[in-house]
Design a protein around this ligand. Structure first.
Ligand SMILES: *[C@@H]1O[C@H](CO)[C@@H](O)[C@H](O)[C@H]1NC(C)=O
Ligand SMILES: *[C@@H]1O[C@H](CO)[C@@H](O)[C@H](O)[C@H]1NC(C)=O
Length: 245
């Protein structure tokens, strides 16, 4: 009988642990604001299929990937509230800006599917922050952060320009020198040539939307190979496929 009581006890404790864990699972430490370099994102998209084409912003500029509530050393929380479904019509007043600055480079896909994905996966977790408390505000805040922390400008102030190669350490230091906070740089790897391209730059905010160091987020400060130069491309890399006849 004691054995069953112990088993029951363990069962109840684990149930408590699960429900307790669930209640807390939407908590996070920082907001990651991720900007993407569309020319690299286009390279990645084209590499994944010969059939893929890109739609790029009108000017060469960094665009928004998303604002991601994040716990240290891990990903997520994600998909926090299914009762907050994505409503495209809410974004009508922002649409022309989003189409340029929160661009889906995947030509042919409906841009709402990218925005809907960011909202469902990240926005529904960010709603506990006053400035991000609904869909409209989430996207508007993204545009505002891009305006304030545009990586084209930040990098240019550190003399880091498209068309050049850099050691990732120098880029990280450049960002820190300009913003006075540490960010994160993510690369993609060209498997055929071994080249590395800058793909994303992430900066971090606390829950009061003050810029903070990104120390502690997953893969901080970079996933790039620190022993090699990385390219900040000024055109889509290897965008010159030879058609074999
Ligand atoms: C999800 O959103 C709904 C609608 O705003 C709200 O009533 C509910 O409390 C939210 N649930 C959680 C777990 O935050
Ligand atoms: C985008 O895709 C459509 C077909 O879905 C195609 O007609 C168009 O040329 C593509 N645009 C670019 C810039 O490649």
């Amino acid at each position: 009988m004691a054995k069953y009581n112990i088993a029951l006890c363990i069962f109840l404790l684990s149930l408590l642990y699960i429900t307790h864990g669930k209640r807390k699972s939407n908590e996070f430490d920082v907001l990651i604001f991720t900007q993407v370099w569309p020319l690299t994102a286009c390279f990645v998209w084209k590499e994944s299929s010969e059939k893929h084409s890109c739609s790029l912003p009108k000017r060469d500029e960094w665009t928004i990937h998303g604002i991601w509530p994040t716990r240290y050393n891990t990903l997520g929380p994600e998909f926090c509230n299914k009762s907050l479904p994505f409503n495209p019509s809410v974004l009508a007043p922002l649409e022309s800006q989003l189409k340029e600055n929160w661009k889906d480079v995947h030509n042919g896909s409906n841009p709402y599917s990218f925005w809907g994905h960011e909202w469902n996966k990240h926005g529904t977790c960010a709603v506990v922050i006053k400035e991000l408390n609904n869909e409209y505000n989430y996207f508007q805040e993204g545009l505002k952060l891009l305006d304030m922390y545009n990586m084209m400008d930040v990098l240019a102030k550190a003399n880091i320009l498209p068309g050049q190669k850099y050691m990732v350490e120098d880029m990280l230091e450049g960002i820190q020198g300009v913003l006075n906070k540490r960010g994160q740089i993510m690369c993609v790897h060209n498997e055929k040539t071994g080249e590395l391209y800058v793909n994303e730059i992430r900066i971090c905010f606390d829950k009061a939307l003050q810029l903070v160091d990104c120390d502690g987020i997953r893969e901080f400060p970079t996933n790039c190979d620190r022993s090699k130069q990385i390219t900040y491309p000024s055109s889509v890399p290897h965008d010159n496929r030879v058609v074999q006849i």
